[in-house]
Design a binder for this molecule. Sequence first.
Ligand SMILES: [Zn+2]
Ligand SMILES: [Zn+2]
Length: 295
Amino acid sequence: MGQIKSLPQKHRMAYANVIGFVFIHLVALTAIFLPQYTFSWSAVGVMVLLVWMTGSLGICLGFHRYLTHRSFDLPKWLANFFVLMGTLTMQASPITWVGQHRMHHANSDTDKDPYNARRGFWWSHLGWSFYKTHDFDDKRKLLEYTKDFSNDKFYQFLSNNMVLVQAMLGVVLYLMGGLPWVVWGIFVRLAVVYQQTMSVNSAAHKWGYKNFETNDLATNCWWVGIIAWGEGWHNNHHAFPKSARHGLRSWEIDTTWMVISGLKALGLATNIQIATMERDGSAKYFTGKVIKEAA
Ligand SMILES: [Zn+2]
Ligand SMILES: [Zn+2]
């Protein structure tokens, strides 16, 4: 397990992030230590449903494959719903999340990558988010990286009101199921989705295999593929960031792609781009390209 090596230039502790992260986990722990107040089976069900809605539909489909990489088109109302789901993970605003993720792809695993895996496992997993770094958090730079949507009024509203939107969900959950629905539907759910997303930046830049030869450390890590809704087939993704489909081989199960396929069948996802793969005889790596899927 690597430790944090030298930190990027011009960094400072992001106290709000650290306090928020600790607070969320302390409340989530009451699900274990105070079950007489916080447990109900319906609350567990709500947590599982919301992990999928905010983790897979929000982060993987909305923030990542749609907004960051534009690997397919959606009607605006549906895109707004997915981006709202992503905002409910409290990872970052749409503008910051997408901007930093585009920096990650532009210079993967170098000093210009916000979650540079060469700084060690814990840095890429969690440590990076506890610091503000001039290069990665500068508002003008983030806007430059997100020019294609940063003047969208709805995304600006979500970016400026992350806590308010979360609190509104909390009120709805409280009215429907009392304290257990709030503890499980907000706090336990946030803790679970954090680990899913963070594993993509750490484990899927460290353990696993490569289908394609790339200059970065990204790997296909089977268990991240499972827990992170298909995002663990990360070598495929780094080789072809534009592909809406990350799992390419028969065993590379990609549950987010299954949802995109369903949206396609309904005529809601269009202009879908996917990677193809082929291999010359016994060559070590596959080759491929991104094509527009036939309608
Ligand atoms: Zn990556
Ligand atoms: Zn990506």
